[in-house]
Design a binder for this molecule. Structure first.
Ligand SMILES: Cc1cc2nc3c(=O)[nH]c(=O)nc-3n(C[C@H](O)[C@H](O)[C@H](O)COP(=O)(O)O)c2cc1C
Length: 401
């Protein structure tokens, strides 16, 4: 059977629910399909199944505490070695800990330290699953880009029917296949991303800028990195932190962003999310302008078009972003054609929608009539959807070449 898990390194985290016994069966299937499985268990999971069972199935040590061989810093080593982590079964408790960044045992600590895709398969009593706290915690994890493998309705340990049964093995294996495919989808590719606003000063303390925070570009940089790309992020002024494992060039003005972007070598993929100021003040006063009674008239001159310059001078697959307040799609499609882009993601920014850390809604357009509604979701989730589709378009272009 053609399975992506063959040869893959999978970190299976088991927390303390009845369905822990199913994690043992899953481990056996993964091993039979050729995966290298490291298992980490919580102390409560060990009440249900012994570490010995997993150790015998994997022919590898099983990890149950932060404090065995601490000189090897197991929580970092285990997530670095793995390509994908799977929390199955995920207890209500572990879901809550992950949502709030609590790291008080091996499993919660290593999941917090993971930069690899993390799949979460909840399993619990229906009342626990439906509780508002659990649902809110799951929503937090979903918005952060964790892959949730929803539980099923069926016979529960309490001898009742309800929702909360661990997803069936085939669904978990299919989700692992997708995550592994994604995790390598940009392996060996160079990706250049521009993000954030620019600032155009008219004196040392005043500037013209916009509401962009760089959140979308940062989410894309993180997602591209997680898919194996070598990522360079050209980032305008923002308080948001870029991912630590992404080469980041900080810039302030549109001119600097233009120069920094064009100073980069050839890339395979360029995604321009930056909200680059179209104009800058013709003159910048070297000292703070004194306030008088008269109005201030500032003459603005055109900034270089970073996106058009990149599209004209690079062979990469170029994706632009269009933030429009009206007539979105025709305007974005026209921009795509006029600048020679391969695709454009359009979002409605009327009323400052689309800016900041909240949800966004994107539609991807390409060619004459290519269109995919990526829906409304958190920026990490949209970043994953966008890169899935861009991967398909890049492969199609490669096939044509
Ligand atoms: C018999 C029994 C079955 C349990 N089954 C579940 C379960 O299926 N899902 C769940 O979230 N918690 C379940 N619990 C509660 C958890 O074991 C408990 O919340 C524990 O603190 C989880 O610890 P952990 O997340 O560190 O593994 C069960 C408890 C007992 C005693």
């Amino acid at each position: 059977m053609d399975s992506k898990v063959t040869g893959a390194r999978v970190l299976l985290c088991v927390s303390g629910g009845i369905a822990a016994y199913k994690a043992a069966a899953l481990t056996s299937t993964l091993v039979q399909r050729g995966a290298v499985v490291d298992v980490a268990m919580t102390a409560h999971a060990e009440r249900f199944v012994t570490a010995l069972t997993f150790s015998a199935l994997t022919a590898r040590p099983v990890y149950t505490t932060l404090w065995d061989a601490p000189e090897q810093i197991p929580h970092i080593r285990l997530v670095r070695q793995a390509q994908v982590a799977l929390l199955a079964p995920a207890t209500a408790n572990m879901i809550a800990k992950l949502a709030y960044g609590i790291a008080d045992d091996l499993v919660s600590t290593l999941l917090l330290a993971a930069r690899i895709p993390v799949l979460i398969a909840p399993a619990m009593n229906e009342a626990m699953y439906e509780d508002a706290a659990t649902q809110a915690n799951l929503a937090i994890l979903r918005a952060r880009g964790y892959e949730l493998i929803e539980p099923e309705r069926g016979f529960l340990a309490e001898r009742e029917y309800g929702t909360g049964r661990l997803a069936g093995e085939e669904r978990i294996l299919a989700a692992l296949d997708v995550a592994l495919l994604r995790s390598r989808s940009l392996a060996g590719k160079r990706v250049l991303i521009t993000a954030g606003p620019t600032r155009e000063a008219f004196d040392p303390v005043r500037f013209i800028s916009n509401a962009s925070t760089g959140a979308m570009g940062i989410a894309l940089a993180r997602e591209a990195r997680a898919r194996g790309a070598e990522v360079t992020l050209i980032l305008g002024p923002t308080l948001l932190e870029p991912p630590g494992d992404v080469a980041t060039v900080r810039v302030t003005t549109a001119c600097r962003m233009h120069d920094a972007a064009l100073a980069q070598g050839e890339s395979d993929l360029i995604i321009a999310t930056a909200a680059v100021a179209d104009w800058r003040p013709a003159e910048t006063s070297p000292s703070k302008r004194k306030k008088g009674d008269e109005d201030l008239v500032v003459r603005m001159v055109r900034n270089p078009d970073v996106l058009a310059a990149l599209a004209a001078r690079r062979r990469a697959f170029v994706v632009g972003f269009a933030a429009e307040t009206d007539d979105h799609e025709p305007a974005a499609r026209a921009k795509c054609a006029q600048k020679g882009l391969d695709a454009i993601a359009v979002n409605d920014v009327s009323g400052e929608r689309g800016f900041g850390l909240g949800e966004n809604a994107l539609v991807l357009l390409w060619g004459q009539d290519g269109r995919l509604d990526l829906g409304r979701a958190s920026k990490p989730v949209l970043a994953a959807r966008l890169l899935d589709e861009v991967g398909v378009l890049m492969a199609a272009r490669h096939g044509e070449a």
